[in-house]
Design a protein around this ligand. Structure first.
Ligand code: SAH
Ligand code: SF4
Length: 369
């Protein structure tokens, strides 16, 4: 009989870990030590950890090459720092060679990690570098968790006193297209015995996958919801976001309305401002009436350049903001940190896999610093 494929210990929830250990005759009590090592200490190897003998023996027999379990420890193939030193982009190579991106941002005194949920993305938003590369595959929960552990490890090296307290799912991929893995990863990431990032400090950003929003409503998901809107009419939106044809604007807004009413939570609407496409006063006014009655915060994002799209960043952002504010909506601009390292929104494309020589670019940047 063929051996079962190896599983990542990082994929397992706490109760699954208990089950795995007890099946092998290791008492449940040891699961706590193993969980702590994996998620609180972020150990990258368990062989020299010095667990109590029954657990250490289990680890020796079960974890590692050719054994039933492994750890998700992606290899960092590159790290690029912004010139202000506050943003670091990590290119992380997964076991199958896929390269994904994770960003550690340290502005406003807050430490935030931005994680990827898929390699590539199937949604095809025209202005987004990840959309331009297409869908490769979903990430497993362990691969999502491992990004947080990696960012935390680096943060600990550079600023031992700072804690990673915030997480946004705004890296590569559409989180609600990978719903189960994303929610499972977030359950583990928010567990206070482990990484312990509070659910209210975690934001899931979606392009508007309506069934996923409906599930967040019915499951009363504790995480924050951000919806990338970008258009105030079906035509305006569909020209930028092809997924709007599948989940039209009116359907999306009614799912948002229902989410707000049933969960009592505020929704963050993301709006990438593109000159001549979605930045007119008429669009702002339509957006205000579209969102009427929803507890909404609107986040304006100046368009970041990407290779596959020739639109321009808007110059009318402040007028746009003014109209929304006058209509009573909190409306802010997303900070444009990390642009110089291609770590801004939508620039998270794994160029490494596309054969571009990043090292020359990186050394050029180091020279600038
Ligand atoms: N797939 C999810 C999360 C990842 S994209 C989503 O679409 O919400 C994160 C955010 O970056 C989204 O709001 C997206 O619209 C925005 N974005 C993508 N490409 C961008 C670009 N080139 N310039 C500015 N914002 C961009
Ligand atoms: Fe995917 Fe979000 Fe990019 Fe759209 S903006 S292609 S949903 S990652």
């Amino acid at each position: 009989m063929d051996a079962l494929p190896a599983r990542s210990l990082h994929d397992l929830g706490f109760s699954e870990l208990v089950e795995v250990l007890t099946e092998d005759g290791v008492i449940a009590h040891h699961a706590k030590s193993l969980w702590r090592a994996l998620h609180r200490e972020g150990e990258i190897s368990l062989s020299t950890r010095g667990f109590l003998p029954p657990l250490q023996r289990w680890v020796e027999n079960h974890v590692g090459a050719g054994k039933p379990f492994f750890l998700d420890v992606p290899e960092m193939v590159d790290e690029i720092r912004s010139t202000d030193g506050l943003t670091r982009k990590f290119l992380l190579k997964l076991d199958d060679g896929q390269v994904i991106e994770t960003v550690l941002m340290g502005y406003d005194g807050r430490q935030t990690v931005c994680v990827s949920t898929q390699a590539g993305c199937a949604m095809g938003c025209v202005f987004c570098a990840t959309g331009q590369m297409g869908f490769v595959r979903h990430l497993r929960p362990g691969e999502i968790i491992a990004q947080v552990l990696h960012a935390r490890r680096i943060l600990h090296q550079i600023s031992p006193n700072k804690r990673l307290r915030n997480l946004v799912m705004m890296g590569m991929g559409e989180p609600l297209h990978n719903f189960d893995s994303v929610m499972h990863a977030l359950d583990i990431i928010s567990d206070v015995r482990g990484i312990g990032i509070g659910p209210s400090k975690i934001a899931i950003s979606t392009v508007g996958v309506v069934p996923g929003i409906e599930r967040m409503t019915s499951e009363n998901s504790p995480y924050r919801l951000a919806v990338s809107l970008h258009g105030s009419t079906e035509d305006e939106r569909a020209a930028l976001v092809p997924a709007s044809k599948r989940w039209p604007l009116d359907m999306l807004i009614s799912a948002c309305r229902d989410y707000g009413q049933k969960t009592g939570r505020r929704i963050f609407f993301e709006w990438t401002l593109i000159e001549g496409k979605n930045d007119s006063p008429a669009t702002a006014a339509r957006l205000a009436s579209l969102l009427e009655g929803i507890d909404a915060h609107i986040n304006l994002i100046p368009l970041n350049p990407t290779g596959g799209y020739h639109g321009k960043a808007s110059h009318s952002g402040h007028a746009f903001q003014k109209i929304l504010r006058a209509a009573g909506f909190p409306c802010t601009f997303r900070q444009r940190r990390g642009i110089d390292v291609a770590a801004g929104c939508g620039m998270l494309k794994a160029e490494k896999t596309q054969g571009r020589d990043r090292h020359s670019e990186r050394s050029a940047r180091m020279d600038e610093e």
